[in-house]
Write a new protein. Structure first.
Length: 269
């Protein structure tokens, strides 16, 4: 796919996802918890365009609410992980010495555990599954990738001539960081953030599928779990949330590929 078409396709998907997440309550034909006792596991109709679940709730309304959950978890996780990981990576790469060694040990410990398994443990220990606990669990396992990336970039920047020139001109560490270091690491960090949004959406869907996500029943992962059980009676219960997850991940992946070619200096493109 040409780069321009890839970017347009990704942005169109993300715009659709953003509209569903932000305007979901206005676009949804029914309140998320409204139940129609006369239409349990009903198929598509003029009233319920995608049918209903086993409790009589409108599937389209649930999917729109699930888009909001996906956006909150995806971007909340990525922003928290990027802030913590970038700060620690900069400190580690620029300070060096024992502080660098201590941060790298933390990174190694965090990356030694499978992220999803550690998130499952953290959500289980929290005892109250919800959006906040899922974001916290995924952020605690996701910051290490940013720290390692930024540390490597900071180490390479320390020896650059223009950084040394800034030091010789009397620029203090804060001004040197803001003027020279942060602009150099912003591109690769933004690329990683874009890809990690899709990973966070998938992780939240997996946690919800296991019953460790938001408990209002409108998460895409929760709908997917219900659809897997009721697939024979109501195929759309499993197909619709699965397509929504795949579409969201496809959108951020397309945009991330394009950003990587344009912003990441390590990319061959």
């Amino acid at each position: 796919m040409p780069a321009s078409a890839r970017l347009r396709s990704g942005l169109a998907i993300l715009a659709l996802l953003g509209a569903a997440g932000l305007l979901g309550p206005l676009l949804a034909p029914f309140p998320v918890n409204a139940r129609d006792g006369s239409a349990l596991l009903a198929g598509p109709s003029a009233i319920h365009w995608l049918g209903t679940d086993e409790e009589g709730r409108d599937l389209l309304s649930l999917l729109l609410h699930g888009a909001r959950v996906a956006l909150l978890v995806g971007w909340g996780t990525v922003l928290a992980s990027a802030l913590v990981g970038t700060a620690l990576g900069l400190v580690s790469g620029l300070a060096g010495g024992r502080l660098d060694l201590a941060v790298q040990r933390l990174v190694e410990i965090a990356m030694a555990f499978p992220g999803v398994l550690l998130a499952i443990l953290l959500v289980f220990v929290a005892g109250r599954p919800g959006i906040a606990s899922v974001v916290l669990a995924l952020a605690l396992t996701g910051w290490a990738g940013y720290a390692r990336l930024v540390r490597g970039l900071a180490l390479s920047l320390r020896s650059r001539g223009w950084v040394e020139a800034g030091r010789m001109l009397g620029l203090g560490p804060p001004r040197l960081l803001v003027r020279h270091v942060l602009p150099a690491v912003a591109g690769p960090v933004l690329v990683l953030m874009t890809f990690q949004v899709g990973a966070a959406i998938l992780a939240e869907a997996g946690l919800s599928f296991l019953g460790l996500g938001p408990q209002d029943g409108a998460s895409w992962g929760t709908l997917l779990e219900q659809g897997a059980v009721l697939f024979v009676k109501a195929p759309l219960m499993g197909v619709a949330p699965g397509l929504a997850i795949a579409l969201a991940v496809l959108g951020v992946t397309l945009v991330g590929d394009e950003l990587r070619e344009r912003l990441d200096p390590r990319s061959e493109g």
